[in-house]
Design a protein around this ligand. Structure first.
Ligand code: AR6
Length: 228
């Protein structure tokens, strides 16, 4: 994984989320990441079926070996064909991965038309049936879109599952930023602000980002949201 060193010797991709939690942003392949076999996990940007797919999900299943798919089959369905609803998270062992665990979560398929505040959309559809709102702000200030709420839930529930399983080191990819089409800047804002709010009891949160463009957006956004 490549991480540039700044002139001061501090890693460019290191930020403090809290006095006890470090955020590290790096470029690389999440299937190769590990810190401490007794308490680490990578996050898999899966789909609701949770039986593998393309992108990082496919790479994680390939690297973990067939036992991962068997373990995923063992996760109970909450409704037919759905083991992990969007925004929720489930945990399995990592099998042949260097990391000891995989936390599977499902981000939203980005819907630009859902960019109204969730509560306004609800009011609009259920009370006035007046169609879709495209604004992201109201006289009460900016509120989260439905996609942003689901993406935030995916990060928050992954951290909760980590905590419940005594995992102190966790690595995320850019959830929803591939097949699911989430715009990078918006996704980075949701990801970093959610992690900042919900990182308690985690020692290190890593972003392992596959491409230069996403890595650069994440670094810039972390600099804005986490002034050290
Ligand atoms: N390491 C780190 N990041 C990766 C890797 C890797 N090995 N491979 C891809 N990425 P995506 P999504 C990046 O599509 O948008 C699957 O089919 C990728 O460049 O993996 O949440 C699932 O089964 C992008 O920045 O996840 C679902 O159906 C980021 O990981 C659906 O895709 C996320 O891209 C989930 O879509």
């Amino acid at each position: 994984m490549s991480i540039n060193e700044s002139e001061a010797g501090k890693r460019v991709g290191d930020f403090n989320l809290s006095p006890t939690t470090l955020l590290k942003i790096q470029k690389g392949d999440i299937t190769r990441w590990f810190i401490d076999a007794s308490s680490d996990a990578i996050v898999n940007p899966a789909n609701e079926r949770m039986l593998g797919g393309g992108g990082a999900d496919g790479a994680i299943h390939d690297a973990a070996g067939p036992e991962l798919r068997t373990a995923c089959y063992g996760v109970p369905e909450v409704r037919p064909g759905v083991r992990c609803p969007t925004g929720e998270a489930r945990i399995t062992p990592g099998f042949e991965l260097p990391a000891s665990h995989v936390i599977h979560t499902v981000g939203p398929i980005y819907d630009a038309d859902s960019n109204a505040p969730a509560s306004l959309r609800f009011d609009c559809y259920s009370i006035f049936s007046c169609g879709r709102q495209k604004t992201t702000s109201s006289r009460h200030g900016t509120r989260k879109s439905k996609s942003a709420v689901s993406l935030s839930n995916a990060y928050r529930n992954s951290l909760r599952v980590a905590r419940e399983n005594n995992i102190h080191y966790i690595a995320f990819p850019a959830i929803s930023c591939g097949v699911f089409g989430y715009p990078y800047e918006e996704a980075a804002t949701v990801a970093i602000s959610t992690i900042k709010e919900h990182c308690n009891a985690i020692k290190e949160v890593h972003f392992v980002l596959f491409t230069d463009d996403i890595y650069n957006v994440w670094l810039k956004k972390a600099g804005e949201l986490l002034p050290n």
